[in-house]
Structure formats: C-alpha cells, structure tokens
Write a protein that binds this ligand. Structure first.
Ligand SMILES: [Zn+2]
Length: 397
C-alpha cells in the first residue's frame, strides 16, 4: 500500500502554520492556534471520507465509514509553550495520510486521533488519560492550567463540544502511534526507524541529608557534620554503584539540590535533593532503588549524617504489544533495510495510556541532533515519509 509522501508533507507544513514562530510552533492546548488547527484537521478528515468526532476532552477523532472496529492511529497536535514543529503533529498527519490511503485503495479501515494536551498544560497526557478512562469527565473539567483557566470552561466554549459524546477504546481494534524520537540514538546511528518495545518507567526520591548547622570559622573540620560535603560523598558513592549495574538504557538525574541555609559563613546543616531513575525494566528499577538505599546508608555512617529517602513518584514501564512490534519490524525491514532498530522510549507518550486497553505499538523517526521541545527540532523529509510508509505497510499486514 503506497502512501503519497508529497501530499503528506504538504499537510504537515500546513499544520505547521498554526502557531508558527520562526522554525518552531507555539500551540499549547486550547490556544487559538490549537483550536484553529483542530478545525483544520476536522476538514481534512471530511475531505477524505472520515467523520470528525470531538469528545468532551476536545480529543478529535476521524472515524471511517466502514462497519467494524477500525485501527486507531494518532498522537497529539498540541505543543509545549515553545515547541518544535514535528513532535506529536508528525504522528497526527501521518495517521491522516495512512487513513486516507486506506480509503482510496480499499485498505483496512483506519481511524485517526489527535489527543488534546499531551504536553501537560493541565496534566501530562491529559486527553489520552480521559479517553482511556483513567480520568473522569468531572476531574478533567476541574483541571486548571498555569493561567488559572479551567479545562471545563475552555471545552464548553467550543461549539463542536456541545453535543460531544465520549468515545472509548473498545470502539477500536488497536492503537498505533508514530512520533519523532526526541533523542539522539537513531540520528547518531544513521538509522531511520525505531520500533518501540517499551516505554520506560521511572522512580523519584526526595533525599534529605541532615547534619549540624554551625559556625564556619570556629568549627574544626574533624567535628563538622556538613550536609554538602556529605552530599558529595553520597553522589560519588551512588555513581559508582549505578555505573556497575547500569544497562545502556538506565539513566539517572539529580536535577534539584537545595542547601540550607545556603550562606557562605555557615556550615550547611541540611540539604534536600531529588534523585530520579529511568529504565525499561522493572527489575532494573528495583536494583537501582536498592543502590540508592545502600549509598545513603553507607554515607550516613561514614559522615555521621542522617539521610532519609522518600519515594515521591513511581511509574511502571509499559510494554508494547509483541505482535505489533513484530509487524513493525517486518515493515521496517522491507522499507528501510538495515536502517532500523528495536528501542525503548525514554519519553512519555499517549501510547502509555492506551497500552493497558488495546494492543498498542509505536515507531520513531530520527530527531536531527537529538533536539526536541525546541524551535530547532527537525527531521529529514525522506525519513518522515519512510515512517508513514512503515505505518501503512504495518496496517496493511
Ligand atoms: Zn509529543
């Protein structure tokens, strides 16, 4: 089933115009650019025989006329406050092209979706949380964004949502998503397609290191209980332990550090920091958690400090459907032989919310320089088109 690459690129550039800012796009959920782009997409659906259906979250679906359960393909077309032009928009226009081709050549029925607010103006993956049933309509409508706007008020202002009915995953047979990688792996390897096996999970800890606040001039070094030098020892210990057990997919980040009282002439008495780990394997996440505990316990004894850990976040890794992964691999083999790989997704995607409900799969195309959520975000045009072809071939299987 051959897709029309030129037509796809024209539509992708057309969507880019909504909220265009230099080479990037500013199109957060419910901004005028977001609403206009959804109305444009609804027209594109009608042009190719799909019926536009808005749900109460302002997720926009294009439903094919054929009876039975269509395959649902899509992503999100909202952006970060300063976003790249591809991000989820790529996956939405790709879905449009695949669904359109299926209508033209008598392929299997494909429905399209653009989820609302994947980019966390209200909460992470808002629209797909609602669609998958994780979030009730009341809870959804009570969410507010940074400007204090209520989701329900913004949704109610749209005439399209007056009669909006909820659509459920049970209406569809599978969910497929394409996205730019948003990382450097494919680009550095000179590869074109990544078949996602797992969306990685994460754990986050709040670490509190308590020593004794004291005078910086009168307290001898040997008698100090310094939270900051203790932090240095803790991090060194942790790095050594992590490095020993890390897989190529393990990442860890100490992204926030607060020192108290944070003054030049005071031996710091307390330090709080975050430790976040991510990996595609639950067992590996558990092993890394154990390392955090051991590093904390050892440092506390060696430095005469109190170190406490509080787990503040735990997201389990989500596996993609094995059968769909195999189909994507077969399609990649024939479209881009030798230039594809299986890989994890280090970022969250709407597919995470769908995977517990529907057989779900995802593919990536490269991000030039690994850059995303930035105006420079880009992908070679032939790589974008190759992704559409791989998706179409997978659907046709
Ligand atoms: Zn995205």
């Amino acid at each position: 089933m051959k897709i029309n690459g030129d037509r796809f690129l024209v539509d992708l550039e057309a969507l880019r115009e909504f909220g265009k800012q230099g080479t990037g796009v500013i199109r957060p959920a419910f901004s005028p650019a977001d609403i206009d782009s959804r109305r444009w997409l609804a027209e594109k659906f009608e042009d190719c025989g799909l019926t536009p259906r808005w749900d109460p979250a302002a997720n926009l679906f294009g439903i094919p006329p054929q009876p039975g359960k269509p395959i649902l393909i899509g992503s999100h077309s909202d952006t970060q406050p300063q976003g790249g032009w591809l991000d989820g928009a790529y996956g939405v226009v790709l879905a449009l092209e695949v669904a359109r081709t299926c209508q033209e050549v008598g392929g299997p029925p494909v429905a399209v979706v653009s989820f609302q607010d994947e980019e966390s103006a209200f909460m992470p993956l808002t629209g797909s949380c609602f669609f998958s049933g994780k979030l009730s309509r009341d809870a959804l409508y009570d969410l507010t964004n940074a400007a204090g706007q209520r989701y329900g008020d913004l949704a109610s202002a749209l005439s399209e949502l007056e009669e909006a009915e909820t659509l459920t995953p049970s209406l569809f047979s599978a969910f497929l998503e394409a996205h730019i990688e948003q990382g450097p792996v494919l680009d550095q390897a000179g590869e074109i397609i990544g078949v996602v096996e797992t969306i990685v999970g994460s754990r986050q800890f709040e670490v509190t290191i308590k020593g004794q606040q004291n005078h910086a001039g009168t307290t001898p070094m040997a008698l100090r209980r310094d939270a900051v030098t203790g932090f240095g020892a803790f991090i060194t210990n942790l790095e050594e332990r992590f490095t020993k057990i890390a897989t190529p997919r393990s990442v860890w980040t100490i992204g926030r550090v607060d020192v108290h009282p944070n003054a030049p002439s005071i031996v710091p008495g307390e330090l709080n920091c975050s430790v976040q780990i991510r990996d595609g394997s639950l067992a590996q996440l558990d092993a890394m958690c154990e390392m955090i505990q051991k590093a904390a316990a050892q440092t506390a004894v060696e430095r005469n400090l109190d170190i406490s850990l509080l787990e503040t976040k735990a997201v389990a890794p989500i596996d993609m459907d094995d059968g769909i992964v195999e189909q994507f691999c077969e399609a990649a083999k024939s479209t881009v032989p030798g230039a594809w790989r299986r890989m994890p997704s280090g970022a969250l995607h709407d597919a995470m919310n769908l995977a517990p409900q529907l057989p779900t799969g995802m593919i990536f195309v490269p991000s030039i320089g690994g850059i995303s959520h930035a105006f420079e975000e880009d992908t070679q045009r032939e790589h974008l088109v190759a992704g559409v072809q791989v998706m179409a071939d997978t659907v046709a299987r």
